[in-house]
Design a protein around this ligand. Structure first.
Ligand code: SAM
Ligand code: DTB
Ligand code: SF4
Length: 368
């Protein structure tokens, strides 16, 4: 249980006294590689300044969306993604487990909500779900949604009708990453095509689900290829509502186990460029935070990251301790965003006294 005032996150709702200027930054889907690379090549301060300017024009710079991740079906995956500890063909020590029961998932979702998460993301180590898996996942989604949490699932490639059935069960977001630049993709994955991923993303959009789509940096790609990943994301038919930027977690036993670590400032650049290309999307500072300095994370938030995974585990690898993240939020005066505009809103009373501060429930210290 989180001690709300001394230990918990501050939470925020949109506060009427804090005007968020909405500029008319154009939403573009025709970025060229040279344009994206030119952003990467800007002097660091210039790039981060530009990114922050775009960020605060469209988002509250002091609020961060907090999601918790759970692996609902772990390991034993037939695919060969070179970064992935859950691929059966790599000896990573991950024990394969079957799909979790609804009640077990529900207990974890309740704990995540109590700790301050507003979205619960469920991952399955499948190439894609079978038709018979969908009703089981749908029951899980429905139960989690009934807690008043936003729901997200990442199950791999979707078949006909899957996206719609998940939507009908109350799924808000579907996560499916393009992972890297089209021209680097073949170095990382051989068991599914780039186009397969684009097809699944189309099904997700067509079903009216929100898209969570990003990729991984630090897999040995060049800066031009990092630009290629972000160009491909920005030139999708619609910008994903959520854009997770993962730093490779190099797991022993995977082909990328010994991959040299990316310069942290290059990671910040990737966040900044994503922010500029997709001004309205929420860019997630995703995997890799456990290996990252707090100061680098602070730079990422300044450069436009507006979301994190929260909880001591990602799917199979570590994530910063809850206490560490709560302290980081306090040190940076960041507040965890609440779910708004939805029935079953996430209540923040265990996180923050509603009576405190300005009375808007935004967690600020201004007088009412
Ligand atoms: N099996 C499904 C699929 O691949 O679509 C869903 C789960 S998969 C683990 C979700 C995403 O996690 C991958 O697309 C990849 O971007 C990310 N991921 C997996 N292993 C990672 C690692 N070691 N470091 C960073 N990101 C990773
Ligand atoms: C995403 O882009 N990153 C998350 C989530 N979507 C599913 C997964 C990160 C996984 C890191 C490796 C692991 O914990 O197994
Ligand atoms: Fe399987 Fe997904 Fe891991 Fe690829 S990323 S090996 S599809 S679990």
């Amino acid at each position: 249980m989180v001690d709300s005032l001394s230990g918990g996150f501050h939470t925020r709702r949109p506060s009427p006294h804090e005007a968020i200027a909405v500029t008319d930054t154009p939403i573009r889907h025709d970025w060229t590689r040279d344009e994206v690379l030119a952003l990467f090549d800007l002097p660091f301060n210039e790039l981060v300044y530009r990114a922050h300017t775009v960020h605060r024009a469209h988002h509250d710079p002091n609020a961060v969306q907090v999601s918790t991740l759970l692996s609902i079906k772990t390991g034993g995956c037939p695919e060969d993604c070179a970064y992935c500890p859950q691929a059966a063909r790599y000896d990573t020590g991950v024990q394969a487990q079957k799909l979790m029961d609804v009640d077990d998932v529900l207990a974890r979702a309740k704990a995540a909500k109590a700790a301050g998460a507003s979205r619960f993301c469920m991952g399955a180590a499948w190439r894609g779900p079978k038709d018979r898996d969908i009703p089981k996942v749908a029951a899980i989604v429905r139960a989690v949604k009934d807690l008043g949490l936003e729901t997200c699932a990442t199950l791999g490639l979707l078949g006909d009708g899957h996206a719609q059935q998940l939507k009908d069960a109350g799924l808000d977001y579907y996560n499916h990453n393009i992972d890297t630049a089209p021209e680097f993709y073949g170095e990382i994955i051989h068991t599914r095509e780039y186009q397969d991923r684009l097809d699944t993303l189309e099904q997700v959009r067509d079903a009216g689900l929100k898209t969570c789509c990003g990729g991984i940096v630090g897999m040995g790609e060049t800066r031009a290829q990092r630009a290629g990943l972000l160009q491909a994301l920005a030139n999708l038919p619609a910008h994903p509502e959520s854009v997770p930027i993962n730093q490779l977690v190099a797991v022993p036993g995977t082909p990328l186990a010994n991959q040299e670590k990316l310069d942290p400032f290059e990671f910040v650049r990737a966040i900044a460029v994503a922010r500029i290309l997709m001004p309205r999307s929420v860019v997630r500072l995703s995997a890799g935070r456990q290996q990252m300095d707090d100061a680098v994370q602070a730079l990422c938030f300044f450069a436009g990251a507006g979301s994190i995974f929260y909880g001591e585990k990602l799917l199979t690898t570590g994530n910063p301790d809850v206490e560490h993240d709560q302290a980081l939020f306090r040190r940076l005066d960041l507040r965890a965003m609440e779910v708004v505009e939805q029935p079953g809103t996430v209540h923040a009373d265990i996180l923050e006294s509603e009576a405190a501060g300005c009375g808007h429930g935004c967690g600020c210290s201004a007088a009412a």
